[in-house]
Design a protein around this ligand. Structure first.
Ligand code: GLA
Length: 671
């Protein structure tokens, strides 16, 4: 445990303001019980105004002043915003798009992750900061760079091309192996010299898919390499300080399963559009992902908005109570701290219409009152620090599968991974069932149910792992277009899904994508009918039992949903995209059979329930998203940590309210 209390604070950009405001900032931070600020994330130009000339005295004064006010610092390496002088001296450090367009200075993240000059300057400023502040009592954590991969996830310049070739040489050792993996016998793409290989620049027709997949792997890895390079320096100088960088939830460009083991603390930025009716489901899904990639390390909500952002088409503010509700939702899902972008709302620059903890209006504002109130109640949850969220269900998530599935020239360009994952997650969320995300390579034996939506790319090791999980007694629900290709994106031959045919007791002989607007129906063995669309597998039964069959087309009467006993476990297969009522029916059946219980049964729809626990203690969070007052029958539920009141019979919850019950008795619920 790195922190003695729940973290509360935000990004602090004092370099946007005259020094006179700094003291007021510190005083108001104290008033709102801010205990951590992420400092200097974009301050490189102020810290190193000319090459090799460092200006730290302003930061010294700030660090001292923050410390004097009891505020700790998550000090940033400012490497996401290289200064103008550097760009002028080394214009080739600017990133290049797949069309060969160089992106210029004037916003941020304008650097190529492979440029040696950039690396030289970035490691120098990181080392300078670490040496200067290594013994400063305010410094408690390092925030490396900012949102790796954001805005520009890949650079296609010549320096990047050379790095790509080096990476490929390590991966394949010989051109023969690379030619095999990339399937270059197709369209005469064969390479006879390493120097012929380029990044997947814009091509006349479909580019080589394995080249694109390797490019995604390489680019993701390049951001990790940037992080590691700085982390080594920071750890050498300050070995005991945790190092983090901020993640962006389901962000496609960086494989967070690979990245997170390199961090001490996993951090997440979260900007749900609270105008969408299912914002809490989307936010919850991203929190569960971050908790899962962090393998239950401490995680922090590093950034969120107090109200509106500035980067959507229409930036709606958060209604009263919604900021608190969303913040405590993160805590319910395992966060040990709540932070915001940013402390003081900007006066100038591209983000001046983005909300802040201290808005333009000042302290006589709803936002400030809500920020102050949340800061003052968060310490009531200090006893929850490092407690964990346990899940009985895992959804499989693999960035490599995501990249491969969404390359072009597929049966349906409308088949995307996240909507598939989301359709399952949403139903489980609404059923009050807690979910982890698991990589298909990891030990799955702690889960009663594993759901694998469209696991198109699967390695031999993952196939084996999933089959063993079922054989040893697990329940798997896997959907169409899974187990189709190996890690080279080569088809696994002999009937789909070749990796799982034996376990599922079936073969998919062929599949068909549906044109937009076309649908089919399926009839379940218990007499229900549901609409299905997007896709249909034509399934040959080899021992499985049909739970539903198609009603029309040439495959009418053939199974669409199956179940098969394999070893001690069960493998369910869904060969189409089901309307949500159908998916709800299926998940209801599968969960009942796997013995999966919601966190709390008999909850009104729209009330979210989560449990955190540690050392034999547990806490129940109830979050009211219904938009109205609700009454929840519950007995012997202990004490609400936020109000201090004992709950004996039932709980009355106002709109957007949250209850955190410390469960000291056996919880019971009236039916
Ligand atoms: C990201 C960045 C911040 C800020 C916010 C605005 O999360 O990390 O610097 O730009 O977006 O929403």
């Amino acid at each position: 445990m790195y922190f003695p209390h729940m973290i509360y604070g935000g990004d602090y950009n004092p370099d946007q303001w005259p020094e006179e405001t700094w003291l007021e900032d510190a005083r108001l931070m104290q008033e709102a019980r801010v205990n951590l600020v992420s400092l200097g994330i974009f301050s490189w130009a102020k810290l190193e105004p000319r090459p090799g000339i460092f200006e730290f005295t302003w930061l010294d004064r700030l660090m001292d002043m923050l410390h004097a006010h009891g505020i700790s610092v998550n000090l940033a390496t400012p490497t996401a915003a290289p200064p103008a002088w550097m760009v002028r001296m080394h214009p080739e450090m600017l990133p290049v798009t797949a069309d060969g367009v160089r992106l210029w200075h004037g916003s941020r993240r304008h650097y190529c992750p492979h440029n040696p000059d950039y690396h030289r300057y970035a490691t120098r400023i990181a080392a300078q900061l670490a040496e200067r502040y290594k013994d400063h009592p305010a410094l408690v954590m390092w925030h490396v760079d900012n949102e790796y991969g954001c805005h520009v996830s890949e650079c296609y310049c010549d320096i990047s091309a050379a790095s790509f070739r080096e990476w490929l040489k390590k991966r394949y050792t010989t051109l023969e192996k690379l030619n095999f993996a990339w399937g270059t016998a197709f369209w005469g793409q064969v390479y006879g010299d390493w120097n012929e290989i380029k990044p997947p620049l814009r091509t006349p027709a479909h580019a080589n898919p394995t080249q694109q997949l390797d490019w995604a792997r390489f680019s993701s890895n390049s951001w990790l390499a940037c992080f590691d390079e700085q982390k080594v320096i920071l750890k050498r100088i300050t070995p005991n300080l945790p190092v983090t960088t901020n993640f962006m939830g389901f962000y496609k460009g960086v494989d967070y399963f690979k990245f997170s083991p390199h961090e001490d603390v996993v951090s997440q930025d979260s900007y749900p559009d609270t105008y969408e009716p299912d914002w809490m489901v989307k936010a919850g899904m991203a929190y569960d992902l971050i908790r899962s990639v962090g393998v239950r390390h401490t995680w922090l909500l590093m950034e969120q908005a107090t109200s509106q952002v500035n980067w959507r088409q229409r930036n709606v503010n958060k209604r009263p109570g919604v900021m608190r509700l969303g913040s405590l939702q993160a805590v319910a899902r395992g966060a040990d701290g709540i932070m915001f972008f940013q402390w003081r709302q900007s006066k100038a620059g591209a983000e001046k219409h983005h909300s802040g903890m201290l808005p333009h209006t000042g302290t006589d504002s709803r936002t400030w009152r809500e920020i102050k109130a949340l800061g003052n109640e968060l310490p009531l949850l200090n006893s929850l620090l490092s407690s964990q969220v346990q899940a009985e269900v895992a959804i499989l998530m693999d960035w490599e599968n995501w990249w491969a599935l969404e390359l072009d020239s597929k049966p349906s360009n409308d088949l995307k991974l996240l909507p598939q994952i989301y359709s399952y997650y949403k139903i489980l969320f609404e059923r009050g069932i807690t979910v982890d995300f698991a990589h298909p390579d990891t030990n799955l034996s702690c889960y009663k149910l594993v759901v694998a939506p469209t696991l198109y790319l699967v390695s031999d090791h993952s196939s084996e792992n999933i089959n063993r999980y079922v054989e040893n007694g697990g329940t798997l629900l896997i959907s169409f277009f899974s187990g189709i290709v190996d890690e080279n994106e080569h088809i696994r031959l002999g009937g789909y899904p070749a990796s799982f045919c034996e376990m599922l007791g079936l073969t998919v002989e062929e599949y068909t994508a549906y044109p937009k607007g076309l649908a089919n129906t399926l009839r379940t063995t218990d007499g229900r009918t549901f609409t299905c669309s997007l896709w249909s597998d034509v399934i040959c039964v080899h021992g499985c039992e049909a739970l539903a069959v198609y009603e029309s087309d040439y495959y009418a009467g053939l199974p669409a949903i199956t179940r098969h006993k394999y070893g001690k476990g069960l493998g369910y297969y869904l060969g189409t995209e089901l309307e949500s009522a159908g998916l709800d029916w299926l998940l209801g059946l599968v969960c009942a059979e796997a013995g999966i219980m919601p966190v709390l049964p008999h909850l009104p729809a729209g009330v979210e329930a989560l449990r955190r626990s540690k050392e034999g203690k547990s806490w129940l969070f109830l979050l009211n998203h219904t938009g109205s007052k609700v009454q929840i029958p519950i007995e012997n539920a202990g004490r609400d940590l936020l109000t201090g009141e004992a709950v004996n019979n039932s709980i009355s919850m106002e709109t957007n309210s949250v209850v955190v019950l410390e469960l000291d008795n056996k919880l019971t619920q009236k039916h």
